[in-house]
Design a protein around this ligand. Structure first.
Ligand code: DAH
Length: 346
């Protein structure tokens, strides 16, 4: 019996040596360790043997089974390792290949400009607040000294919301400018206030190279005792220099906005031709960059600020316009048409 077991061991190990696939390995297991294998048969028949034979053969057969099981386990590991090695060889898994680089995003040019402008004003002591895009007529027009049926409303082509009051008025709109936040902020604070308001605004407008139905504005205003037009000029001149270069000069001319008095339009000397006249400044040497003025006494009264005690200045600028000027972009539609060839340049 001993000899038979040794023969079995030699044969099994010999076969195991040449196996290199999981399926052959399983067949080997069934052949040598399975229910119908010779070894299992021997172990089953132990019961029929004499005590002496049982002891000798049983020990040897059990030892052989443990030995084969161990050999099987070791071989299993080797086979699975060589499986991986083979698939690497076949090129299915080349662990040395570089990975796919993640696509890096970037901030939209408008966001970059918004942040740059907000930085400039916050270092001058302005706080930043935002407001609702859907606004009441009251804040967008009425409280800003633009009453119903006043021709000044024509300055803003308005997108009205469907909702109607009983008398057929439409009290809600998409804000046409960020100026309504002047009222909301002053309603909730007492002077001094120094705030800028970045945000989206909407116009009922056919789009072309210089008009979009949605764009960004930044409104700013400061109200306190003794604020004068000199404060307005100093603040906005400083802003223009920080955004367009230290060497800039500014020009203020009269303009009309219902919520300021006096109202001004601010221009900078053209940074492309230094005022000599070029295509960017249409030959004039000047580029208009924003509207501003001293907050109208009617607006102050509306929010219960005494115009005899408090004065203030306000301004509003177009964010995309600043970008277009700065980078010589000639079509505002480029900002929101999602063309990566354009956006990747920023
Ligand atoms: N809200 C104005 C517009 O959208 C811009 C503006 C002009 C804002 C003059 C102001 C200002 O605060 O004083 O056209």
């Amino acid at each position: 019996m001993k000899a038979k077991l040794e023969e079995l061991r030699a044969k099994a190990i010999n076969e195991l040596d040449s196996i290199d696939s999981p399926s052959d390995l399983e067949a080997w297991r069934i052949r040598y360790l399975g229910r119908k294998s010779a070894l299992t048969e021997i172990l089953r028949r132990l019961a029929n043997l004499s005590l002496e034979e049982k002891r000798a053969t049983g020990a040897a057969a059990n030892e052989l089974r443990a030995f084969l099981e161990k050999a099987l386990a070791l071989k299993k590991e080797a086979v699975s390792e060589s499986e991986i090695a083979r698939s690497i060889e076949r090129g299915r898994l080349d662990v040395t290949l570089p990975g796919y680089p993640p696509t890096l995003g970037r901030l939209h040019p408008t966001t970059q400009m918004l942040r740059q402008i907000c930085d400039i004003f916050t270092t001058m002591g302005f706080g930043v607040v935002e407001g609702p895009d859907v606004e009441w007529d009251y804040y967008n027009f009425e409280a800003l000294n633009i009453p119903q049926d006043h021709p000044a409303r024509d300055m803003w082509d308005t997108l009205w919301m469907d909702s109607e009051t009983a008398d057929g008025q439409r009290p809600m709109l998409l804000r046409t400018h960020t100026s309504p936040m002047q009222i909301r902020v002053m309603e909730s604070r007492r002077p001094p206030v120094r705030v800028i308001v970045p945000g989206k605004v909407y116009r009922y407008e056919a789009t072309d190279a210089t008009h979009e139905s949605m764009f960004y504005q930044i409104e700013g205003f400061a109200v306190d005792r003794n604020i004068t037009l000199a404060d307005l000029k100093g603040t906005l001149f400083e802003f223009a220099k920080r955004l367009f270069g230290e060497e800039r000069t500014v020009r203020f001319r009269c303009d009309y906005f219902p919520f300021v008095e006096p109202g001004v339009e601010m221009a900078i000397d053209c940074f492309l031709c230094n005022g000599g006249g070029c295509q960017l400044c249409s030959g004039s040497g000047w580029i208009e960059i924003l509207g501003a003025g001293m907050v109208h006494p009617e607006v102050l009264r509306r929010v219960n600020y005494d115009p005899e005690v408090y004065t203030g200045f306000a301004f509003g600028l177009g964010v995309e316009r600043m970008l277009m000027l700065k980078h010589g972009i000639d079509d505002i539609r480029l900002f929101y048409s999602n063309d990566l060839r354009f956006l990747r340049q920023f």
